[in-house]
Design a protein around this ligand. Structure first.
Ligand code: NOJ
Length: 724
């Protein structure tokens, strides 16, 4: 629709219609099969409010949605189409690895391809907007939502968030197969205190802007259709009522032009946070702050009309919100054809599965390999653990994923024809853990380990144990104070580790776990996080060497839970602990554990070796075009083809304020045949060195920055120093 026609439409709408656009309800108002992803907060709505709501969430089904849309549009005074949104977080029907795993691929192009597949499947099933990507910097393994983020690094979150958005939103050619993306949660939610879900956030303004807002700033180049406000507060001011953040920072400084949507009930929650006296006050505060859509709280639906009529909320404010929403619907082509994408893309096609498989392979991180992997598939191997015959390779955020579409490891082994015997060994969770995680217990499950399975293992047998968290142990509302494997699996691990010297452990999880015992007692450890629909095939291909691991950690694996939150970019401290001074008490240290994580950000092994050499930087000063160039060579010096992620970090050598230890500023994944060598060039814009000085002014002058290059955050060498 032309801009003029859209403006005319807005001018003809009644107040009630306008407010309708600003309300999002659960799809359960229209369809009892809709998925509920939060508590219902909109009590008994008048029927008119339901049929006037501008968008719904949690519904799927092309034909079902077509029918609802038809009836809805007939009833709607101006026949404005309803927008169907949902949490398509890591795939719709074809489920990709969780975002945390996708980040470990360090392969943004592949992440973009996966998102394009998800957009095709979602739109084919009637969904035209997704609440993804989540780019909350997350360094606390206790937080269940760490699985939905791209990990601990701000830059990596920015790169991957941009890639995912580009995949969802496509080239906007209006085919109906693209969907609107939503950057979330603006901002700081990843730093909830003590990793406890929905908890308060405390951090300095500097850290907030430099580290937590940075990915949002970066992803603005992909023109996100929506941004979702965080449940949390920044500087004690809840984001959904924070005009300064939403107007000054998000719209004016970051240049965001799309729709601001609240999180589920986050407007109504202002009352609970005791910053609004009641729901009416909450509605006023959120409208004033610039929240265009109220997702699932009673505030806008019950109070906005009255607030406008009494003059507390200005009509211009309402018009500005509705204009943003109409523009989004228009950009999706809904006015021309509200059914455009339905049935257009194939679900779980061969091509989609191939992207999911490649992404799963590239997401797995080989943490340890004591000359045992890859295995020969003609050698007899015992595969054991509750994951061997389980399709639970998805996640709680794969709300439309079906376990019936997932191949198990046992099935994948049969397909490859490997000489493998499978043993379950134990249940996934004990009975008590089932209750704690609200999982229906498998009938008759004892929760203990199967001694008869363990007894089959001989000392020289090679055993691959596949262990990990249950799907319900990560995601929203899944914080943990312990990072251990479930009880029966720990017991199984110890029993198996005592019986064989050739133990390989594969870990499936939605977060970094405490892997000390596992890495100590296994000869090899492969971390798959939650690998998705094609996860089983990816794991077996990696173990048998059909594929070469190339994933690198997007998040540090803490030494133990007491070390969390931990990241490679933690601030530089006084009393710094050096490698040599391990017996000095008066250092910034723990007396009982090392300072370093068990495995640091950027780490990951391959079946081949790479050599990084010839590190150089363009000039000691910035070039005239405002760029710094960094070069190096990377060579595959092993026997197999493989991929190395060359990583470039900057380290502030001296500044008036304390700065992070290191910051990732570029990376490149390079695929090389044996003996092949490639030259890598990174070009860094001068603005990317900006930081907030003591007066909170952005600066990069008079500051020496060391440029470091390597293959993990721990393994880097200096390429030079620049100063502007
Ligand atoms: C709450 C979550 O925080 C948000 O990320 C999600 O998109 C909404 N619920 C909708 O399910």
């Amino acid at each position: 629709m032309e801009k003029g026609a859209l403006q005319q439409l807005l001018s003809q709408m009644s107040l009630r219609e306008k407010i309708g656009q600003m309300i999002q309800l659960t799809g359960a108002c229209f369809d009892e099969e809709a998925v509920l992803t939060g508590e219902t907060g909109t009590d008994q709505l008048p029927e008119e409010a339901v049929w006037m709501a501008g968008s719904v969430l949690g519904m799927i089904g092309g034909e079902k949605i077509r029918e609802i849309q038809k009836v809805y549009m007939e009833k709607h005074p101006h026949h404005i189409p309803l927008l169907f949104m949902a949490d398509v977080i890591h795939g719709c029907r074809t489920i990709f690895p969780i975002p945390l795993a996708q980040a470990c691929s360090f392969h943004p192009q592949l992440v973009q391809e996966g998102a394009a597949v998800a957009a095709g499947e979602a739109s084919s099933e009637g969904i035209r907007a997704s609440f993804s990507p989540m780019i909350d910097v997350s360094k606390d393994a206790r937080w269940g939502r760490i699985m939905e983020s791209f990990g601990e690094d701000p830059y990596l979150n920015g790169v991957m968030g941009t890639a995912m958005l580009n995949g969802y939103q496509g080239d906007r050619s209006g085919t109906g197969t693209e969907i609107a993306g939503c950057l979330k949660h603006f901002a700081g939610y990843g730093a909830v205190s003590a990793g406890r879900e929905y908890n308060d956030v405390e951090m300095s303004q500097r850290t907030f802007l430099e580290q937590y807002v940075r990915p949002f700033r970066m992803a603005m180049q992909a023109k996100p259709a929506m941004v979702m406000t965080a449940f949390t507060a920044i500087d004690r001011k809840p984001v959904s009522a924070n005009r300064q953040l939403l107007h000054q920072l998000l719209r004016s400084q970051l240049g965001f032009e799309g729709v601001v949507i609240s999180d589920w009930g986050s407007i109504g929650q202002l009352e609970e946070q005791r910053v609004a006296t009641d729901q009416k006050e909450a509605a006023r505060m959120a409208a004033d702050a610039g929240v265009d859509i109220d997702m699932m709280s009673p505030a806008y639906v019950h109070w906005l009309e009255e607030l406008v009529e009494e003059g507390t909320v200005a009509m211009e404010q309402i018009d500005a919100c509705v204009w943003n929403i109409l523009k989004m619907k228009n950009r999706l082509g809904l006015f021309e054809d509200p059914f455009a994408g339905i049935g257009k893309s194939q679900i779980l096609s061969e091509e989609s599965r191939t992207v999911a498989y490649t992404l799963a392979c590239e997401s797995c991180v080989l943490l340890k390999n004591d000359q045992i992997l890859p295995l020969d598939q003609n050698q007899k191997v015992l595969w054991a653990g509750p994951y061997v015959d389980s399709p639970q390779l998805l996640s709680r955020w794969a709300i439309f994923g079906r376990h019936s579409d997932v191949n198990t490891i046992e099935a994948a082994l049969k397909e490859t024809g490997a000489q493998a015997e499978c043993l379950q060994g134990c249940e996934m969770l004990s009975q008590e853990e089932c209750r704690m995680w609200q999982v229906r217990e498998p009938s008759g499950a004892s929760g203990g380990i199967r001694l008869e399975d363990v007894a089959k293992i001989q000392r020289d047998d090679t055993v691959v144990l596949v262990l990990g968290e249950h799907e319900s142990q990560s995601g929203e509302a899944a914080s943990r104070a312990f990072l251990d494997l479930p009880a029966p699996q720990q017991e199984l691990f110890e029993a198996v580790a005592q019986r064989t010297d050739n133990l390989i452990t594969v870990i499936i999880a939605g977060r970094p776990l405490d892997l000390r015992a596992v890495t100590e007692k296994s000869r090899a450890v492969l971390l798959a996080f939650r690998p998705g629909t094609m996860g089983a095939k990816a794991i077996t291909s990696l173990v048998y060497g059909k594929e070469n691991p190339s994933g690198k950690l997007a998040v540090s694996i803490p030494y133990c839970v007491g070390q969390a939150p931990v990241s490679y970019w933690d601030m530089t401290t006084g009393h710094a602990m050096s490698q040599q001074e391990t017996d000095n008490r008066y250092r910034s240290r723990y007396m009982d554990i090392p300072n370093k994580p068990l495995y640091s950000f950027g780490y990951g092994l391959s079946y081949t070796q790479f050599e990084i050499s010839d590190l150089r930087i363009g000039k000691e000063k910035a070039k005239d075009d405002g760029k710094v160039s960094v070069w190096c060579k990377v060579k595959n010096i092993g026997q197999r083809a493989g991929a190395e992620v060359v990583q470039c970090y900057i380290q502030t050598l001296f500044a008036a304020i304390v700065r992070p230890e290191k910051e990732l500023i570029r990376f490149q994944k390079v695929f090389l045949e044996p003996e092949e060598e490639a030259e890598v060039e990174f070009s860094i814009r001068v603005e990317e060195f900006l930081y907030y000085d003591e007066k909170m002014h952005l600066t990069y002058t008079n500051t020496p920055f060391q440029i470091l290059v390597g293959n993990s955050s721990e393994c880097v060498r200096t390429a030079g120093v620049v100063q502007f």
